[in-house]
Design a protein around this ligand. Structure first.
Ligand SMILES: [Zn+2]
Length: 100
C-alpha cells in the first residue's frame, strides 16, 4: 500500500526552502495534452452523415459510414463512438461505396 501526502502550496514552499524532504509532485496531464488525438469536428461530421443518409445509387435509406481505425478510446480502452475518421459510406442494399 502506498502512502500519498497532500501538500498545500504554502507548505510546499516552506518545506523546500528549509531543505527538508522534498515532496514528490505527481504531474497531471493538461487537458489539451489529453485531446491531442485527431481533432473532433462534431458539426462537420453530423453534416456529412445528414448529407449522405441515402444511397447515391439507389436511394436506399440505410447507409453505413466507413471509418478508419483511429477512434479515440476511453479509460477502459473502448472506442468512443463518432471519433473515428469518416472516409466514406456503403449502401446496405446495393453495396455501392462512395468517398466523403
Ligand atoms: Zn444503394
Amino acid at each position: 500500500m502506498s502512502r500519498l501526502s497532500v501538500y498545500w502550496p504554502d507548505e510546499c514552499d516552506s518545506t523546500m526552502a528549509a531543505g527538508k524532504n522534498r515532496p514528490t509532485i505527481l504531474p497531471f496531464p493538461r487537458r489539451h495534452a489529453v485531446e491531442s488525438g485527431p481533432r473532433l469536428d462534431v458539426i462537420a461530421r453530423a453534416r456529412l452523415l445528414f448529407a449522405n443518409r441515402r444511397c447515391r445509387n439507389c436511394s436506399y435509406p440505410v447507409v453505413e459510414p466507413l471509418e478508419l481505425d483511429d477512434a479515440m478510446t476511453n479509460s477502459s480502452g473502448l472506442e468512443i463512438p463518432g471519433t473515428a475518421t469518416l472516409v466514406g459510406f456503403r449502401c446496405q442494399s446495393c453495396d455501392a461505396e462512395w468517398n466523403v
